[in-house]
Design a protein. Structure first.
Length: 284
């Protein structure tokens, strides 16, 4: 069996198990908290899905890299007989495209050729956990300190997502949105303001809002939309070090009774949470 064929077989094997693992994590608040905790400890350089792939193959893994990266960057060698872990890697191709940028004095078109990168899919590639290597000591400290004990305030978030009209308002409800604006009620508990902002932002980015002012799209039930938004907010808060007690009490505590509903949202929640986290801290 060639290396390409081996990778293809491994991908098929893992993807069947990955779906079950992802659903189990997203529908269990304790597992979701643990997932977020471990991801921010060092796996933030990997996507949520790749972290799940690693966890599926080696639950105790703590820091992973490719064979050459361990050797060239970290001066460590993979131990003999160690079994590789497999993760997704993007397949990028470069294409040349012509663009009309203007006209010369004679009225002739000026064409500029640019080289652009295009994502055409994903393949699986082998990596190894630090425990599978030996050599130079490596710093295993948390290199995501900006997320731990998060100092982000609501005004900074308003600025980072300024494509929406973000503002405070006075209301008993913690927040609201129609897809064009996001309103957050003032609270003494500033962490609650941030959690509310993430909840409303999740509604927008998950596609729950229609431009006519209807908060939830016609094809999605109100219950599922609220579960998706709160699950997303809960995951983001856990990743940046904010304890979102209200989510746990009002929504997550009832997830076990809505497992089937939330299972359908697994990858939507993970994807949107990750997009928001990357906007908050691009270095993540």
């Amino acid at each position: 069996m060639t290396r390409k064929e081996k990778a293809f077989e491994k991908r098929k094997e893992l993807e069947g198990k990955l779906d079950d693992l992802a659903k189990a994590i997203i529908t269990d608040p304790i597992k979701l908290q643990e997932f977020a905790k471990n991801w921010r400890k060092g796996f933030h350089t990997y996507s949520f899905i790749n972290y799940l792939m690693i966890h599926l193959q080696k639950p105790g893994a703590s820091l992973c890299a490719g064979y050459n990266q361990w050797e060239k960057k970290h001066k460590r060698k993979v131990k003999k007989g160690e079994k590789a872990l497999w993760v997704y890697a993007p397949m990028i191709v470069k294409n040349k495209k012509d663009y009309l940028v203007g006209q010369d004095k004679s009225g002739n078109d000026i064409i500029e050729t640019r080289e652009e990168s295009e994502l055409i899919g994903f393949r699986v590639v082998p990596v190894f956990d630090v425990s599978q290597t030996e050599g130079k000591e490596i710093d295993m400290g948390n290199n995501m300190s900006k997320f731990n004990g998060c100092k982000t305030n609501i005004q900074e978030l308003f600025t980072k997502f300024d494509e929406y009209d973000c503002q405070y308002y006075n209301s008993q409800a913690d927040g609201c949105t129609n897809g064009e604006y996001i309103k957050v009620a003032k609270r003494k508990n500033k962490a609650q303001e941030i959690a509310s902002f993430f909840h409303e932002l999740a509604h927008v980015m998950l596609g729950h809002c229609e431009k006519n002012g209807t908060e939830v799209g016609k094809e999605l039930s109100r219950q599922r939309a609220e579960l998706e938004a709160e699950a997303t907010a809960f995951l983001i808060c856990e990743c940046i070090g904010i304890e979102h007690k209200e989510a746990s009490a009002h929504y997550i505590g009832h997830w076990k009774g809505n497992t089937d509903t939330l299972e359908k949202s697994t990858y939507r929640v993970l994807s949107v949470a990750e997009k928001i986290l990357k906007r908050i801290a691009k270095e993540a």
